[in-house]
Write a protein that binds this ligand. Structure first.
Ligand code: ADP
Ligand code: MG
Ligand code: MG
Length: 208
């Protein structure tokens, strides 16, 4: 994955989060406070405004810019959670001009690790973790089978989509949705859904 591919990933992410703004907000209106799409679009619109300044940055610096921008512009849980994820992903890329398949998987692992470190959620609590964890497992499996980076990331995105859908019956025990208790069951988690969209954008960028 080149610096240009990373830029492509971030552009696609900003585009899809803008496009799915209403959908993500609708999901959050069922079990939260109806702002997840607004939060994500606000954050990535601020990232988009930094694209010109980011052209000269290497991969690590770009990802760190995304992280700090999300932390400073997104009110709500998702800002610090995704902010930490991108900051940690950036650390993995330090000094690298290009990312190998193994590097991309290490980046995903750091991304997930950032969300866990910040939010202390475990699998099954109806959060972003429920999309990111199966995605990482699928990516590792694909790498071990000798898959190309395009296949690895597309299998990760497919697993994230399944993971997001599998949050529907879950009862939330972290974040705002946990205030609803049992009534949070029957709705897809907004954060798991945005995590899937972020990984789908990654897969599209790796397809070239
Ligand atoms: P807020 O809940 O503050 O309004 P958002 O609506 O932007 O923030 O984000 C809500 C999403 O954040 C949830 O759908 C869930 O996936 C995720 N989330 C909340 N708390 C945690 C946590 N502790 N760990 C991981 N993800 C979390
Ligand atoms: Mg919300
Ligand atoms: Mg909120």
């Amino acid at each position: 994955m080149t610096n240009e591919d990373i830029m492509n990933w971030l552009t696609r992410t900003a585009d899809v989060l803008q496009e799915k703004r209403s959908y993500l907000t609708e999901l959050d209106s069922a079990i939260g406070d109806a702002d997840h799409g607004i939060n994500m679009d606000r954050g990535f619109s601020a990232v988009r405004e930094k694209f010109p300044a980011m052209t000269s940055q290497d991969i690590a610096a770009k990802l760190k810019t995304v992280g700090t921008t999300l932390v400073s512009t997104v009110g709500g849980a998702s800002g610090p959670l995704y902010g930490t994820a991108y900051l940690r992903a950036g650390s993995v890329a330090a000094g690298k001009q290009e990312l190998s398949s193994a590097d991309v998987i290490a980046m995903l692992e750091a991304f997930l690790g950032g969300v866990i470190a910040r939010g202390k959620a475990q699998v099954g609590e109806k959060t972003m973790i429920d999309a990111l964890t199966p995605a990482l497992t699928a990516a590792k499996q694909a790498l071990s089978e000798g898959a190309t980076l395009a296949e690895i990331t597309s299998r990760a995105a497919a697993a994230a989509e399944e993971g997001a859908k599998a949050t529907i019956p879950l009862v939330a025990t972290k974040g705002r949705a946990s205030y609803l208790g049992e009534r949070s069951a029957g709705h897809q988690d907004p954060g798991a859904t945005s995590s899937w969209l972020i990984l789908r954008s990654l897969a599209e960028a790796c397809e070239g």
